[in-house]
Ligand binder design. Structure first.
Ligand code: HEM
Ligand code: HEM
Length: 189
């Protein structure tokens, strides 16, 4: 079985990060800014391009096995958490431009309800910070354990071998209990 992501998957993963960072940093600070038609049009164009790229990425990646670089077979509970976090990343990345476009629509039509759309938009941004931080944290944790997942997506600072330290053995005992709990609660055979 293939144990690394394709060149295209890596290219999309790494080039998407500056796009996301740009979207977050260029954010609209105030609703009144949308009175400027050129800014409003630019926001609509940006959100549309962002949304199309996220959807194309999702459909390209959706049949790729999760954590495919692992040296050993991973517990079902582990894969369940990883898939859940990836799905939440996609969900927040779809909600951000969609609610942005909703704000643009409600603002232009002056129908009201724009404040609610802004609240959902802000929630989507906060959700993206949390799930992406979890994702990056989990990836570094896996790199520390030397499981092989890192090498499948990250082209630098490659892992060389599994970490067999006492600390990792103790952490793995705790992890196994968590995975077992998740399997019993959420994964039906
Ligand atoms: C230092 C930062 C990052 C590192 C080291 C990293 C590492 C990785 C690794 C190793 C995988 C492969 C997991 C697997 O095999 O299933 C992966 C997948 C993924 N990453 Fe990251 N990542 C980083 C930042 C980000 C950011 C900022 C985003 C979102 C904007 C993101 C979104 C995703 C998604 C959605 C996947 C699932 C596979 C896909 O659809 O591309 N990552 N990442
Ligand atoms: C991919 C596209 C977009 C991204 C990544 C994005 C990102 C953000 C972020 C990070 C915030 C701050 C949220 C917070 O404070 O927690 C924000 C606020 C906001 N965004 Fe967006 N946005 C996008 C598209 C749009 C579009 C298309 C519009 C409307 C034309 C829009 C209008 C607003 C407004 C009105 C606010 C709230 C400003 C305030 O606090 O009054 N955004 N956006």
């Amino acid at each position: 079985m293939r144990n690394t992501h394709t060149f295209l998957a890596k290219l999309i993963h790494w080039t998407f990060i500056p796009l996301y960072a740009y979207g977050i940093f260029k954010q609209v600070d105030d609703l009144s800014q949308l009175e400027d038609p050129s800014l409003l049009n630019f926001e609509i164009l940006f959100a549309t391009v962002f949304l199309v790229i996220v959807l194309l990425r999702y459909f390209y990646m959706k049949d790729t096995p999760t954590l495919l670089g692992a040296h050993d077979e991973l517990p079902k509970g582990h894969l369940f958490i990883a898939k859940m976090v990836h799905r939440l990343v996609y969900f927040s990345l779809i909600m951000l431009p969609t609610t942005g476009l909703l704000i643009a629509g409600l603002f232009s039509l002056e129908t009201g309800g724009v404040e609610i759309a802004i609240s959902i938009h802000e929630f989507s941004a906060d959700l993206s910070y949390v799930v992406i931080a979890l994702h990056v944290g989990a990836t570094f944790y896996s790199r520390f354990k030397g499981e092989g997942l890192w090498n499948a997506m990250v082209p630098i600072w490659k892992e060389t071998e599994k970490n067999n330290s006492n600390l990792v053995s103790r952490l793995e005992v705790i992890e196994k209990k968590v995975y077992k709990e998740i399997e019993d609660k959420f994964i039906k055979e």
